[in-house]
Design a protein around this ligand. Structure first.
Ligand code: PAF
Length: 308
C-alpha cells in the first residue's frame, strides 16, 4: 500500500492509473476504522481496479471544537487494517494543504441540509460538501463509496455530484451492524458500558416500524409512534429528532411508501448516535427470503448498482 500525503502526487497517481485504462475507486474516511468502513472498502475493491482510501479528520465539518479535538484517532491500526484489505493507496493530506491560507470557498446544498442532522449541527454539511468536492478533485475517482448509515450525507453527496457534474459514480454501502443490531460507528467506542448495552434498542425500534409498514401501516404518526414508544422505554436515550422522510428530498412525509426512510438521532450520555431504516431495502429483504431480522443484523444484501 502506497501512503501519499501530497495532493499533487495523488493527482498524478490517479492520472497515471486512469491513463492505463484502470478504474479508480475511492472511500473517503476520517479514520478510526471499523468493520463498516472495511465493508465500503470491499465494495470499492469489487468494483474498481485501484482503491484509494483517504483519512482526513476534516476540521470544517465539526460544529464543536471539543468534538474535533476528541475525535478518536488510531493511525497505526488504520494502516494495518487497510493493508490487510489490499488497499492500493492510503491518502492522508494535511489540513494545511487541503485548506490553503485564505481558503474561502464553501459548497452548500441547502435544501438537503436544512433539516435532520443539518438542523442540529450548524455548518456540518457545508464542511462535508466542501471537503468531499475537494477530495474528488484530489483523488479524481471513477466511483466513490458512501455508507447508508449517514443517510443525509449520502443524499447530499449524490446531489452535489450531479449538480457540479463530477464524473464520479456514487455507490451506496448498506449499514453494517454489531451482532446486537447497533449500527457501527467510530463514536460507539465512547459509549458508557451501560449505554452500550441499551443502544441496540434504536435499531430494534426502527425494525418494529418497518415490520408494521410491511404489514400495511403507512401513517407517519403511527409508524413514528412505534419507534418513539420503544425509545421512551429507555431512560438513557435523549431523542434529538425522529422523522419519516422521503428518501430523495429528505422532506417529511405523512404517508409512507417504498421511497420512505425513518431517520433518527439520539444522545446517550454525551454520545450522539444516528441510524435509519430504508423501507425499500426492508421490503426487498422481506421479499428476498422473509428473514428481515437476520438480514438487518448482517447489514442486508447489497445494492450493487452504481448510481448518481
Ligand atoms: O463520513 C465521513 O467520515 C466524513 O463525513 C467524510 C465523508 C469522510 C468527509 O469528511
Amino acid at each position: 500500500m502506497k501512503v501519499v500525503t501530497s495532493i499533487a502526487k495523488m493527482q498524478e497517481l490517479s492520472r497515471q492509473t486512469r491513463g492505463a485504462g484502470l478504474c479508480v475507486g475511492f472511500v473517503p474516511t476520517m479514520g478510526f476504522l471499523h468493520e463498516g468502513h472495511l465493508e465500503l472498502v470491499r465494495k470499492a475493491k469489487a468494483l474498481a481496479d485501484v482503491v484509494v482510501v483517504s483519512i482526513f479528520v476534516n476540521p470544517t465539518q465539526f460544529d464543536r471544537r471539543d468534538d474535533f479535538d476528541t475525535y478518536p484517532r488510531d493511525e497505526k491500526t488504520d494502516r494495518a487494517l487497510l493493508e490487510r484489505e489490499g488497499v492500493d493507496i492510503l491518502f492522508e493530506p494535511s489540513a494545511e494543504e487541503v485548506y490553503p491560507e485564505g481558503a474561502d470557498t464553501c459548497v452548500n446544498v441547502p435544501r438537503l441540509t436544512h433539516n435532520l442532522c443539518g438542523a442540529h449541527r450548524p455548518g456540518h454539511f457545508d464542511g462535508v460538501a466542501t471537503v468531499v468536492s475537494a477530495l474528488f478533485n484530489m483523488v479524481r475517482p471513477d466511483l466513490a463509496v458512501f455508507g447508508e448509515k449517514d443517510y443525509q450525507q449520502l443524499q447530499l453527496v449524490r446531489r452535489m455530484t450531479r449538480d457540479l457534474h463530477f464524473p464520479v459514480a456514487i455507490v451506496p454501502g448498506p449499514t453494517v451492524r454489531e451482532a446486537d443490531g447497533l449500527a457501527m460507528s467510530s463514536r460507539n467506542a465512547r459509549l458508557e458500558p451501560g449505554h452500550r448495552e441499551q443502544a441496540p434498542i434504536i435499531n430494534a425500534a426502527l425494525r418494529a416500524a418497518a415490520a408494521a409498514f410491511l404489514e400495511g401501516e403507512t401513517g407517519a404518526a403511527r409508524l413514528l409512534g412505534i419507534v418513539r414508544e420503544k425509545l421512551d422505554s429507555c431512560k438513557a436515550i435523549k431523542l434529538e429528532y425522529l422523522e419519516l422522510i422521503d428518501g430523495e428530498s429528505l422532506e417529511p412525509v405523512e404517508v409512507a411508501d417504498q421511497d420512505s426512510v425513518i431517520a433518527v438521532a439520539a444522545f446517550m450520555g454525551a454520545v450522539r448516535l444516528i441510524d435509519n431504516i430504508i423501507f425499500a431495502r426492508a421490503t426487498a429483504e422481506r421479499r428476498g427470503n422473509g428473514r428481515l431480522d437476520e438480514l438487518e443484523r448482517q447489514g442486508g444484501d447489497h445494492d450493487a448498482t452504481i448510481s448518481n
